[in-house]
Design a binder for this molecule. Structure first.
Ligand code: ADP
Ligand code: MG
Length: 697
């Protein structure tokens, strides 16, 4: 048995190690840097770097890297060794403060949306000391932010840190109004639940679509899918449980609090939930978790699919972003308190979130937009593309009574007054029942459920933090000038509920009736990535980000371009892969199958005159007709692609990929899947859905 407490964090240069290994004043300086974001003096950085290096070398590391998260959404690293030559031909292992604090990766091939003109292709990475350094593959990894020399953010981390600062600033203002003098900072916390599929590696390797695009572009449904729901929380197969065991151990070594794991609804689908941590750390940890999942799966002869929709007709994979705000004193601001005063504060923060989600529905939708996630949102398994909030009966009833000035509890007949009455605590089971809501209050946190499984959790949290910061800013502006705080607060809360209650919906989010109702309420329903992206550059959204110093206007526009381009590139690769598979594998394989059938007919007729060849002849007819149609659809897709180069803007290109190319892909697939169901198993060139979904034993 593994001794968890012994290995936990053993590959992390954490606080405990710093305390042990650093001189007292260096440790103090580090603490200041971590807590207050104070810049580290170079002489201090030298000492920290040296101590980190010693520890890393003792633990088998030979290299170091600045570990960062470019806008590709995955992590990047460039390794340098610690080796430094001496005059006598020997070497020493060295790592300087300068190398720790700042790096210069050759950044020219990372997406920048035009931010980094090629003549100044350099970007630099800067240490984020709030996220601990760690060892991975014999390399000391320094978590860093990645910026251009002009200071523009080129990564997913910089804006996240800025958004955390924005909400910190505004929340502390609001908390002061409630008389909290000892709270000096707040941090948002995140616990991302991660879904994924495991498939057999040998089968994976035989599927060009999985290899090139991460999802199956063809594939007929097997006779058994997920309808029996017998996989959900079912017994975990040996191979999978060995994988999970090793994954947990490696995650624990990295100080990642992997806690629960279980099978999901779809066959071959699983989930891992960590214990929550501060948002930037949770983001780093989620990236590492995804990376380790993929690496460790291979060791066990499997491939971990992180794509949002690896299999059509089978549930896709998402991430649930559990989000809350906590103070430097450790209290959770979304936890209802025991006194009327605490409850008033709780309601203020709840209202700030409600207002934020309503005002910035579009940005929240955009923050989870990708070609992959388009397959989920709005389909009958994931939240709809419409953003709404689930509050549960109790909290909804409380807000309604405030809104209408009615008694909350009919028996008591007292009208609930903010700051005067005590609210009940919300039992988790009364708040967590609705699994169809995109944004649900679950007792002491909100769970944003629209995230795709593959993307970094950074973007949605940037939006959440910033949008809530804006609500809190408006609240603070209003309340700071109030003559009577309690009256002003009551008015503010009442007004906020009344203005934003349209975003609250406690019913079934999968129901079509809701979509109609949502439209009546004026909520946005942005179905696809190209549909929602134009909202990113709306004036109100640019204003939000620039005012809170999270993005500059240039940064937003470059990100908009990158997202559009990325979408188009993905569909393009998928279309090319489909064409390739059709031309080189499926069409020839089916044709050969027909040839075999025809030869059988001839042989049979030569052997016995008047013999019955119904089966072969009917099949030849059917399969030939379908293969002809498949050829036509392949051609149509090829033709659709040739017209792309004539389109002028990135937005129009993305729209074209969505409306024309993607539709042509769907048409081709329908035919191919029909042929698969009537073709000899042995003649089909790829492992089937049944092989992939039930192949891990
Ligand atoms: P489940 O949703 O599976 O019933 P929980 O509600 O206990 O389980 O937790 C789900 C996720 O929410 C976990 O990753 C957990 O760490 C996270 N979580 C719990 N409290 C918070 C919080 N205050 N802030 C952010 N995430 C949290
Ligand atoms: Mg959950």
């Amino acid at each position: 048995m593994t001794n968890v407490s012994e290995i936990f964090g053993s590959k992390v240069f954490n606080d405990c190690l710093m305390k042990q290994r650093l001189p007292k004043d260096t440790y103090k300086a580090m603490q200041k840097t971590i807590k207050d974001g104070k810049r580290l003096d170079i002489s201090v950085a030298n000492i920290v770097a040296n101590s980190m290096k010693d520890w890393a070398v003792e633990n088998g590391a030979t290299h170091f890297t600045h570990w960062f998260q470019p806008m590709t959404g995955i992590t990047a690293e460039k390794h340098d060794s610690f080796i430094s030559p001496l005059n006598d031909g020997n070497i020493i292992m060295e790592f300087s403060g300068k190398e720790l604090v700042q790096g210069e990766p050759d950044a020219s091939s990372f997406p920048s949306g035009g931010l980094r003109a090629t003549f100044e292709a350099r970007g630099y990475t800067a240490w984020d000391p709030t996220s601990y350094a760690f060892i991975k593959n014999n390399t000391l990894c320094i978590p860093t932010a990645f910026c251009s020399y002009g200071g523009e953010a080129l990564d997913k981390k910089t804006p996240l840190l800025r958004s955390m600062e924005a909400i910190n600033k505004q929340a502390v203002r609001v908390l002061k109004l409630f008389g909290n003098e000892t709270i000096t900072s707040v941090k948002t916390t995140v616990g991302p639940e991660q879904e994924y599929f495991l498939v057999d590696k040998e089968m994976f390797d035989k599927r060009p679509d999985l290899l090139f695009t991460g999802r199956t572009l063809y594939g007929a449904m097997p006779p058994k899918g997920q309808e029996l729901e017998d996989h959900y929380f079912g017994t975990i197969k040996t191979k999978v449980s060995e994988f999970m065991g090793e994954l947990n151990e490696e995650l624990w070594k990295l100080g990642i609090l992997a806690k629960t794991e279980h099978n999901e609804v779809a066959p071959a689908q699983h989930e891992l939930a960590p214990i929550f941590s501060t948002t930037n750390i949770a983001t780093d940890h989620n990236q590492l978790t995804m990376e380790l999942m993929q690496r460790i799966a291979k060791k066990h002869g499997m491939v971990c699919l992180l794509h949002e929709k690896p299999f059509a007709g089978v549930n896709g994979s998402g991430k649930h972003n559990n989000w809350s705000i906590s103070t430097n004193e450790g209290s959770n601001l979304l936890e209802p308190g025991d006194t009327p005063h605490e409850n008033a504060q709780f309601l203020t923060f709840i209202c700030a979130v409600i207002k934020a989600v309503d005002d910035y529905q579009d940005l929240l939708r955009i923050s989870v937009a990708s070609a992959g996630n388009d397959h989920r949102l709005g389909a009958n398994e994931a939240p709809p593309a419409v953003v709404s909030i689930f509050l549960g009966e109790e909290l909804s009833a409380i807000l309604e009574s405030i809104d209408k000035g009615m008694a909350y509890d009919a028996k008591e007949k007292t009208i609930l007054k903010v700051g005067v009455h005590v609210l009940p605590r919300f039992a988790k089971d009364t708040t967590d029942r609705n699994r169809t809501s995109p944004f649900a209050f679950t007792g002491n946190k909100f769970e944003f459920r629209m995230l795709g499984s593959m993307a970094s959790v950074s973007d949605p949290n940037v939006v959440l933090n910033t949008a809530v910061a804006e609500s809190l800013k408006q609240f603070a502006d209003e309340l700071e000038n109030a003559e009577d705080f309690n009256t002003a607060l009551h008015t503010l809360i009442k007004r906020t509920i009344s203005e934003h209650k349209r975003i609250i919906f406690n019913g079934n989010g999968y129901d079509d009736v809701w979509l109609k109702e949502a439209e009546k309420r004026g909520l946005l329903n942005l179905k696809t990535t190209p549909d929602c992206l134009p909202y990113m550059i709306k004036e109100k959204n640019i204003k939000l980000f620039t005012e809170h110093k999270v993005y500059t206007e240039t940064e937003i526009k470059s990100r908009y371009e990158i997202m559009l381009e990325n979408y188009s590139k993905i569909i393009n690769i998928e279309a090319l892969t489909m064409i390739d598979m059709a031309n080189k594998d499926i069409l020839p394989a089916v044709s050969a199958f027909v040839q075999k059938l025809s030869e059988t007919v001839i042989a049979k007729k030569g052997a016995v005159s008047g013999v019955d060849c119904t089966y072969e002849e009917k099949l030849i007819e059917k399969v030939s007709a379908l293969n002809g149609l498949m050829y036509t659809k392949t051609k149509a897709l090829e033709d659709a692609l040739t017209k792309v180069s004539d389109i002028e803007t990135a937005q129009k290109t993305a729209d074209y990929y969505r409306c024309t190319v993607f539709e042509a892909m769907n048409e081709l697939r329908i035919i191919a899947d029909q042929i698969e169901t009537v073709t000899d198993r042995k003649a089909w060139p790829y492992p089937t859905y049944a092989d992939l979904l039930f192949g891990v034993r």
